[in-house]
Design a protein. Structure first.
Length: 147
């Protein structure tokens, strides 16, 4: 793999990681609000972060339903999710759709709705998988630059 492709892939990993992290932060704030812990966080920011999470999950769902429409990395990550969850593509698509719906409801109501915990688990899985790939890509990039 060329240095350019390695770097591009590393950047894509980081973007996936950042989107998942932003959505996870918003979910954490909503859960704290439900527990009575008020945080100074603007509602528009929460909606934006939940929307980022929905976009990420939608992109991965497209990787399973229409692989020809997404880049190779998105397709590979969506397949890794299936492997990680030990689910076939159809089951993973259903899970992602339910998680997208939960994030949508949370975005509308600004409340930790039913199903948000599994969406949180899904985003954590994505963050971990993207992080692992990102670390290995960074190591590969470093070795190419040094070697």
């Amino acid at each position: 793999m060329s240095i350019w492709r390695t770097r591009r892939r590393h950047e894509e990993n980081r973007r996936f990681n950042e989107q998942a992290d932003a959505a996870l932060l918003a979910i954490g704030v909503l859960r704290n609000r439900d527990d009575g812990l008020e945080m100074s966080y603007q509602d528009d920011t929460l909606r934006s972060q939940l929307s980022e999470g929905k976009k990420l999950l939608s992109k991965l769902r497209r990787g399973l339903t229409s692989p020809e429409e997404v880049d190779d990395y998105t397709y590979a990550l969506s397949q890794q999710l299936c492997d990680n969850w030990r689910q076939v593509s159809n089951e993973a698509v259903t899970r992602l759709e339910e998680d997208i719906e939960s994030l949508e409801q949370a975005e509308e109501n600004l409340d930790a709705v039913q199903g948000i915990q599994r969406a949180e688990t899904t985003l954590t899985d994505i963050e971990e998988l993207a992080g692992k790939v990102s670390k290995s890509e960074a190591e590969r990039l470093r070795s190419k630059l040094v070697g």
